[in-house]
Design a protein around this ligand. Structure first.
Ligand code: PNW
Length: 443
């Protein structure tokens, strides 16, 4: 095998899609424009101490105004596809009822702009910007939010239709439940395990209801969900470490994968949660287990677990997020999903790394990020070689953006953003990805 940085399209299955990804709150800015309502992230950013650099998504990459140039930029990378998300509070400022036409108009222009440039739109309906009015009545802890989400999904599908060939309902329900309601690091910033598990169930229910609502509206579109999955490795072979890793895997991965694919919560984890388990009504699990046209997998790192908790393996390298660089984990994860479950086709919907970048003249040299992308794409290639049906790969992210609780202090972009003048500069990693995406399909 050639070195990973020499990969070409010929190393991947025919029709494999290369793309870049973003999300609405992280790039759009214009939070007060054209009738958009507040989202929980607007509120969260106003609370002192929530965002490490005290910033918000109010301006971000100003993509709401600069979208035509940004689509040109994506086109110039030679990629096939663009994964973006829609801000629910632009479309339904109150999260229910009245539709804000200007919000739908924006996404329609954006989708048409992609099609004009030969880019395939991959839409995500919910990348964490819940309308604040729904949080005021409990957010995802309130079962009604699942029904409101399905209504919003239908509204979007009716307007954008099959111009969008791929719709994902939710991005990373682990983050919007556990990280947001239990760990308290993301909006709404609660520390309540019962509420977090209730939120996780209502997110999954909302996913299932949305799938049902959209099926008839866009029968030809591919419908699925995006999960963040982290394979858990025991630090030693001891029974105690292996049990701890199994537990971590259950809470992080199986809690979401198994209701979706098997129609049940994992029994070992359910029992461990005791009185905090969500209230599941008759029919919920059938609704959650809708046939998926694809599963999106976001992969950044693995966890390394001992009975005493999370550990740092010796000799490992880390990104600026403190996440271990472990490409083998992506191959292992994909093979394991394929072995343990009846899987729909998979897309890697996010993969990427934050490093402290700085421009040198006209350039941004980011050899560590080039290495990260190359080794992880090689890991995907190995999974496809082992028979896993991976259909595409989206680099996170198109450009530096608002990295949630870290504000603008962490840069994940292929493209460097100067937040002073909003200038975009291709990093070396963007040029590397461009060369891969522009390579010949045949050897
Ligand atoms: C994902 N964790 O977030 C999101 O989908 C992106 O919006 C985000 O920018 C990207 O990964 C990089 O962080 C995550 O704590 C945030 O395990 C936190 C975790 C995982 C994913």
């Amino acid at each position: 095998r050639p070195a990973p940085h020499l990969l070409t399209r010929a190393d991947f299955p025919r029709g494999f899609q290369f793309g870049v990804a973003t999300s609405s709150y992280q790039i759009e800015g214009a939070t007060q424009e054209d009738g958009r309502g507040d989202s929980i992230w607007d509120t969260f950013c106003r609370e002192p101490g929530r965002i490490s650099d005290g910033t918000s998504g109010d301006v971000a990459c100003d993509h709401y105004h600069r979208w035509p140039e940004d689509l040109d930029l994506i086109r110039s990378l030679g990629v096939d596809a663009y994964r973006f998300s829609l801000a629910w509070p632009r479309i339904q400022p109150d999260g229910r009822g009245a539709i804000n036409a200007a919000g739908l108009d924006f996404y329609e222009r954006l989708v048409d702009g992609m099609l004009e440039r030969g880019l395939k739109p991959y839409a995500t309906l919910y990348h964490w910007d819940l309308p604040q009015t729904l949080q005021d009545v409990g957010g995802w802890d309130n079962r009604d939010t699942a029904y409101r989400f399905a209504e919003y999904a239908r509204v979007v599908a009716e307007r954008l239709g099959e111009r969008v060939g791929s719709y994902a309902t939710l991005n990373e329900p682990w983050c919007s439940s556990i990280l947001s309601y239990q760990i308290g690091e993301h909006a709404p910033g609660l520390r309540d395990r019962r509420a977090a598990l209730s939120a996780s169930h209502h997110l999954l229910l909302g996913h299932g209801l949305a799938m049902k609502a959209m099926r008839d509206v866009v029968p030809q579109a591919e419908l699925g969900i995006v999960l963040n999955l982290n394979p858990a490795y025991p630090a030693t072979d001891s029974a105690a470490d292996r049990a701890a890793a199994r537990q971590e895997d259950g809470r992080f991965n199986r809690w979401f994968v198994e209701p979706l694919l098997c129609g049940e919560y994992p029994a070992d984890i359910w029992e461990g949660y005791g009185a905090d388990v969500p209230s599941v009504q008759a029919g919920d699990l059938e609704t959650i287990r809708q046939p998926l046209d694809f599963m999106g997998v976001n992969y950044y790192s693995r966890s390394y677990i001992s009975a005493e908790g999370s550990r740092k393996p010796d000799g490992a390298s880390y990104t600026e997020m403190g996440w271990e660089v472990y490409p083998q984990g992506l191959t292992d994860l994909l093979v394991r999903l394929d072995t343990d479950y009846t899987m729909p086709p998979v897309f890697i919907t996010e993969n990427g790394a934050a490093y402290p970048d700085a421009p040198t003249g006209e350039n941004v040299h980011d050899p560590e990020r080039v290495n990260y992308f190359a080794t992880h794409l090689e890991a995907v290639r190995q999974a496809t070689e082992q028979g896993v049906n991976v259909r595409g790969y989206f680099a996170w992210s198109l450009m530096d953006n608002f990295e949630w609780a870290h504000g603008y202090s962490k840069r994940f972009g292929l493209v460097y953003v100067d937040y002073g003048d909003q200038q975009r500069t291709l990093k070396d990693s963007a040029k590397w990805y461009q060369a891969l995406a522009s390579s010949a399909v045949e050897n």
